[in-house]
Structures are given as C-alpha cells and as structure tokens.
Design a protein around this ligand. Structure first.
Ligand code: HAM
Length: 424
C-alpha cells in the first residue's frame, strides 16, 4: 500500500462539520466591520521578509524565532506573513491610500504563519481577523476600534472574556520607563531566563510578559508604566477611558500589557479569557503612530487589532453558543423510476433557481434508500416524484419533521417552499 502523506505539524483541516461555524464567525466579523464602515483589504500571504523585520521588530519572538522565511529561485528573501498589520501598512503606502484625505478604515481576515511550538490554541497556520484605522490620533478612534472588538464579542454572544487596556507611552515617555525597568530587572540578573537576559538591554518591556515562572514573580513588583506617562499620553489615555464609558464598553486597566510586537505606542489592549488555558488572548491590538513613517510612508498615526478565529470558536463552543443552523437541504428529491428523471430534474432546477437548497442522489433507486438518505441529510422535506405524480403534473411533499404529506402542483410547491423558514 502507498504511504500516506499527513498534514504539517501545527496545521489542521477545516472539515464540513466545522466549516459552517467558520463561515458564521467570518460573516459576523465582516458584518460588524461594515457596520463601523470599515472596508476589506486583501494582501498576499507572503511579503519581503524585511517588512516584518523592520515593523514587528528584530528582537521579538515573531521575528527572531517564528518566521517562515524562504528564498525564491532568484534568491529574494520572503516570509509567510506572521501578522496582518505590516502588510496592510505596506499596501496603504504603496497604493497612496492616504490621498483620499479621509481616515482609512480597513479590515481583513486570512491565514497567518508562526513557527511556534504547537499546543491547544496555538497553531503554525492560524486565521486572524483584524482592523486597521489609519490617519487619526484622536482618542475617540482608539475607543471606536476597541468598541468594534467588543461589539463583535457581544454579537457572538460571548460572556467569558475581559477587555484589558493600558497605555505604553510614546517615544518621549517610554525610554524613561525602559530605564527604570532596566534598573529594576538588573537587580535580578542572576535569576532571569536567557531570553530575558538578552532582551534586558534592547527591549526591557518584554520582560513583563515572560512566561517563565521565576521571571513572572520578579515582574510582579516591577515599576508600572502608568507612573511614567507624560502629560500628553496620560490625558489621551484618560480620554480613551471616557469614550469607552460613553459607549458602555466595559474594561479593566492592566498596566502589564505591553504586546509582543515593537510597533506599538500609547493605547494597547487585549481581550482575555480565563477558560482556554495558556493561550488566553482572544484578541490584541493597539496604537502604532510611527510605523507608517518608519516604513517609508507619510507621517500618519494609526490603531488596530487582530484576533484568532481558532480561540474565538473554541470559546464559543465552550459557552455553547449558536453558529446558526447546520447546513441541510430544504428538499431531498426522491425519484421513483428512470422515466420520471427529466420531470424531477426540471423541478429540481426550478427550485434551485429560486435559491432553494435541493439534494438528489441519482444512484439511489428505491423509495426506502432515498427516504433514509433524506433523513441522514437532515432534509426538511422529501419531495417524492413517481410516475403517478408525473402524469398528474404534481409532486408529493413530505414534511420530514411532522411526517405530514401533501400533493401539490408546481406553483403550490413554490409557494409552500418560499417561506424563509422552509428554505434552509
Ligand atoms: P498578536 O497579539 O500577535 O497581534 O495576535 C493577535 C491574536 O492572534 C492573538 O490575540 C491570538 O488570538 C491570535 N494568535 C496569535 N498567534 C497565534 C497562533 N500561533 N495560533 C492561534 N492564534 C494566534 C497581532 O498580530 C497584531 N498584528 C494585532 C494588531 C493589529 N495590532 C494593531 N493592529
């Protein structure tokens, strides 16, 4: 027997019994983004590796350890995108989207790639949804982006999550905070993990979210960023909180949020759950006011977020939330006798023209086999067509749940099936 080929580690297939759930959450995100007047943007799944090195940052896990980097036949170095913000900014600059003069409000969804150790809720290919709002530094826009994330959770019916917000300061106040962190963690050099030791000089904020138990204990008493914000960052953060209150968005302040990517400043936020174990971040985002300029574009401020669909769906399943009805045909065609096939097909395509879902298996002949199949398919109706029906130009419609049966002509059939509830 030939060897089987298996799926790459850290990836998974979305099979039909799950795909309708994916469609449901993708559609829900698209709907909510459009209600906030965000427009979809689609970028390639690979980019020049430099793009991520210069934006996400060279001293980050994503770039240091997790990038799927490869050279093409001409030796150009690309990376499968580990995240969506840098590609959106690259496209924004390349296509001069700022020229419209309006704020750019963009949303996206699609696969991202990170070479991390796979575990529950952490994959090497995972699917993100996200938004980027480019062109305003007004705290209202921070609140609007956060409110969108919160509305999405509410729309899905989720309860077991917490929105945490923080300000990580700007290029003026953040270096003072970095200095104080260096001083503080410097006292514990002998106890820090190798990653933290390495980052202490270049990126001391990252020590605040190290997962190592020892480092975590040390970080507990580290200085808080909120004591270091300058007047502008402090008052912007106050306003973000005020707008969130105005919009009835519940949040808690967590001064430990620093985010794992380098491009952030000012507002940072995460949606966290306590129900999914170690991979507890449902969504994360923040402001990145210098990234567009740093990548060669105009000096424009921006804010956005992204979340992983996998964790979202897991949480929805845990909370037993609805993903809408499982797909099932409204009508299962039960055709008795070869002669009736042309008449049955005519009706079948009439119904499909009216966007009614019809299933028909030409290989099953007996009434019993076809009724069994209709049951298995969870069809709402069996539409029985035999010679008698054909001769009288009628059909027999059997309601599979109620067990009732009626004889109808074509017009009556369409009328009966046209109510939305029947057209599943
Ligand atoms: P991030 O925090 O790296 O941010 O990722 C956002 C979300 O993607 C996480 O909260 C998590 O739900 C999901 N995620 C990340 N890695 C994995 C993985 N390996 N497996 C499953 N899910 C994962 C960003 O990517 C930023 N680009 C967000 C952003 C947009 N900031 C501003 N705009």
């Amino acid at each position: 027997m030939a060897d089987k080929i298996s799926i790459p580690r850290g990836t998974y297939d979305i099979l039909p019994d799950m795909s309708y759930k994916w469609q449901y959450v993708t559609r829900a995100f698209r709907d909510i983004a459009q209600i906030f007047d965000f427009r979809e943007i689609v970028t390639p799944i690979f980019e020049n590796a430099d793009l991520f090195e210069r934006s996400v940052g060279e001293v980050t896990d994503i770039v240091e350890k997790e990038m799927y980097k490869f050279s093409d036949k001409k030796g150009r170095v690309f990376a499968l995108r580990p995240e969506g913000t840098a590609p959106v900014v690259r496209s924004f600059i390349e296509n001069s989207l700022h020229k419209s003069g309006n704020i750019a409000k963009l949303f996206y969804s699609g696969p991202m790639f990170r070479y991390d150790r796979p575990q529950k809720g952490r994959y090497r290919q995972f699917y993100q949804y996200g938004v980027e709002l480019i062109g305003s530094d007004h705290p209202y826009t921070d609140a609007e982006v956060i409110a969108l994330a919160d509305s999405f959770m509410k729309k899905l019916g989720l309860k077991g999550y917490r929105l945490e917000i923080n300000s990580i300061g700007c290029s003026k106040c953040s270096p003072r905070y970095d200095e104080s962190l260096k001083k503080y963690f410097g006292l514990y050099k002998a106890e820090l993990c190798p990653d933290c030791l390495r980052r202490l000089d270049k990126n001391p904020k990252r020590l605040l979210d190290c997962k190592n138990n020892n480092c975590r204990k040390i970080a507990e008493n580290a200085p808080s960023i909120l004591d270091f914000l300058d007047n502008e960052c402090r008052s912007a953060f106050e306003m973000v909180k005020e707008y969130l209150n105005l919009m009835n968005v519940e949040f808690v302040i967590n001064p430990r949020i620093i985010r794992g990517l380098d491009y952030y400043n000012k507002t940072a936020f995460e949606i966290i759950t306590d129900s999914l174990g170690a991979q507890n971040a449902i969504l994360g985002g923040g402001r990145y006011n210098t990234l567009i300029k740093d990548l060669g574009g105009p000096d424009l401020p921006a804010i956005g977020f992204a979340g992983g669909f996998e964790r979202l769906i897991s949480l929805m399943q845990l909370e037993k939330l609805s993903f809408g009805p499982e797909p099932a045909p409204a009508v299962y065609l039960v055709v008795l006798g070869e002669n009736t096939i042309p008449y049955a097909l005519e009706i079948c395509y009439n119904l499909r023209d009216k966007e009614i879902t019809v299933e028909f298996d030409i290989e099953k002949n007996s009434l019993k086999a076809q009724m069994k199949a209709a049951n298995r398919a969870n069809a709402h109706y069996a539409l029985i067509i035999g010679e008698e029906e054909m001769d009288k130009k009628k059909v027999t419609l059997k309601n599979m749940t109620a067990g009732t049966q009626e004889s109808l002509n074509k017009e009556e059939l369409l009328l009966r099936l046209n109510s939305p509830i029947d057209n599943r």
